[in-house]
Design a protein. Structure first.
Length: 153
């Protein structure tokens, strides 16, 4: 089943419901959030997070026949920002991922080179703008809009 397919998201939510119950009821984690197959646990104690990570790895392997992604499963300080559902999330604000900003900049450059039509660029920017509204990105959106519509070619 292709990733991103609505049915794969639906079945991921059903299958991982057991993980939700385990984390909330057995581990008693107060700050836990999951979106499809992406989840975050918050706690002030690094030692507690290490223990929970080990417990979750064991649970996933034994009960659901799954493994945590080796490169993406890490314990980091909230001061560095948590990469979750397309954003870098901090305590009081949310930023766009750098790769998403680079991607829209590349598309703007292609637009100015004549490789993307005005109509298509409008659609691209409208979609990107809808995504970026969830981040603290007012100045960035204004800068990119100016780059699209007022930049010298």
């Amino acid at each position: 089943m292709p990733l991103g397919n609505l049915t794969s998201q639906f079945f991921a939510n059903i299958y991982l419901n057991e993980l939700d119950k385990f984390v909330k009821h057995k581990l008693r984690a107060k700050y836990y959030i999951r979106y499809v197959d992406d989840f975050v646990l918050l706690h002030k104690s690094k030692e507690q997070l290490v223990k929970w990570k080990n417990d979750i790895e064991f649970f996933l392997k034994e009960k659901l026949n799954l493994e945590l992604h080796k490169d993406k499963s890490k314990i980091i300080s909230l001061l560095k920002g948590v990469d979750f559902v397309g954003f870098r999330n901090f305590y009081h604000f949310r930023l766009l991922r750098k790769r998403n900003v680079r991607c829209i900049n590349k598309k703007i450059d292609l637009f100015h080179e004549g490789k993307i039509s005005y109509e298509k660029m409008g659609e691209i920017f409208q979609g990107w703008n809808a995504y970026s509204k969830w981040a603290n990105s007012y100045k960035l959106k204004k800068k990119l809009a100016n780059k699209i519509f007022f930049s010298e070619i």
